[in-house]
Design a protein around this ligand. Structure first.
Ligand code: SF4
Ligand code: MG
Length: 333
């Protein structure tokens, strides 16, 4: 069927000392209705920048979409102005973040923060909005919602605050939810509960989710389709079973090898040699993973791999898997 979201050749750049550098480089993918698409990779691979681009939430004057298209439900988001985006943000597309980044306001009650998004996007009375807020709190598994609705964020646990954020995000029944590391700051038991809740909501609301995570365990649990990003580019994309049973890209293989070792991201990263290049330091040509890749060949330094499949929908950007290559002039990266 038609995709709900289509991102085409997206380039997002950041101003660093007067020069714009691409943090997201020629990224294309789509999300179908009701699909959960995972985006994985280490910190600094462009996952969050990609999602902030979709939401038009890039830091003003610093980050900008240089080129490409973001088509949501048939409309071009990348061409919208602030007013137009405000109408769909929080209504048709919502976003939740890792707990430390969440935007719950400490001086307002939980109820007033849920009501705000309802009153912004719907013709609804204050009293109805309050009743709806209570119902939403209940739907995200908060017990005694009539009491919690009048409490302040600091009175709740981290897990409950994330449930409140989810309630706000789904208040207007968006078609797409972007969840950026939604459980990273939570302890393991609460993580599992929040993921369970997201899955349940996805089914009940017929929603699509883009789930950004560094945790392949979360991907296995949740996702239909997976995008692996490295240094601003997509390096592999396929369905979740294929990714786990038949990974192709050496980076994916290393990420998978790092799974069972530990819970902590910092420790995991150390199990893959080297670090993700900073955006001022990304190679224009050649494979950006070459300096860390155990399979690297001399040509990997100079020839840019092209993300492609051989007809089976399993896309990979690695010279080891390239069977044919368009003429020199056709290589755009
Ligand atoms: Fe490794 Fe070369 Fe493939 Fe890059 S293109 S992942 S360096 S083998
Ligand atoms: Mg991030």
């Amino acid at each position: 069927g038609t995709p709900l979201l289509e991102v085409k050749n997206l380039e997002t750049a950041f101003d660093i000392d007067g020069t714009f550098y691409n943090a997201v480089d020629n990224v294309s993918f789509s999300v179908k209705p009701r699909q959960i698409v995972g985006v994985v990779g280490e910190s600094g691979c462009g996952k969050s920048v990609m999602s902030l681009s979709i939401m038009q939430l890039l830091p003003k004057g610093i980050g900008k979409i240089k080129s490409g298209e973001i088509v949501f439900d048939g409309i071009h988001i990348e061409k919208m102005d602030e007013n137009q985006v405000n109408k769909i943000r929080g209504k048709d597309i919502s976003m939740i973040f890792q707990e430390p980044m969440t935007s719950l306001n400490p001086v307002f009650t939980i109820g007033s923060q849920i009501q705000e998004v309802l009153l912004n996007h719907q013709k609804i009375s204050k009293n109805d909005a309050r009743q709806k807020a209570i119902a939403l709190l209940k739907s995200v598994g908060i017990s005694r919602p009539e009491k919690i609705v009048d409490e302040y964020p600091h009175q709740l646990s981290g897990g409950m605050r994330q449930r409140v954020m989810i309630a706000i995000a789904i208040a207007c029944q968006p078609k797409l939810l972007i969840a950026d590391e939604p459980t990273t700051a939570l302890d393991v038991t609460v993580q599992a509960q929040i993921l369970e809740l997201l899955k349940e909501i996805q089914e009940v609301n017929d929603m699509s989710i883009i789930l950004i995570t560094h945790d392949l365990g979360v991907v296995a649990e949740m996702c239909d389709e997976v995008i692996v990003m490295y240094a601003g580019r997509i390096v592999e994309q396929t369905d979740v079973e294929t990714l786990f049973y038949n990974p192709k890209h050496p980076y994916t293989t290393l990420l998978l090898g790092a799974i069972p070792k530990m819970e902590d991201e910092a420790d995991r990263l150390s199990s893959i040699q080297g670090i993700v290049p900073s955006i001022t330091n990304m190679k224009k040509t050649g494979c950006r993973f070459a300096n860390r890749c155990p399979m690297a060949m001399p040509e990997c330094q100079t020839v840019t791999p092209i993300l492609a499949d051989n007809g089976d929908g399993h896309k990979v950007a690695c010279l080891l898997f390239e069977t044919s290559r368009p003429k020199e002039g056709a290589i755009s990266q």
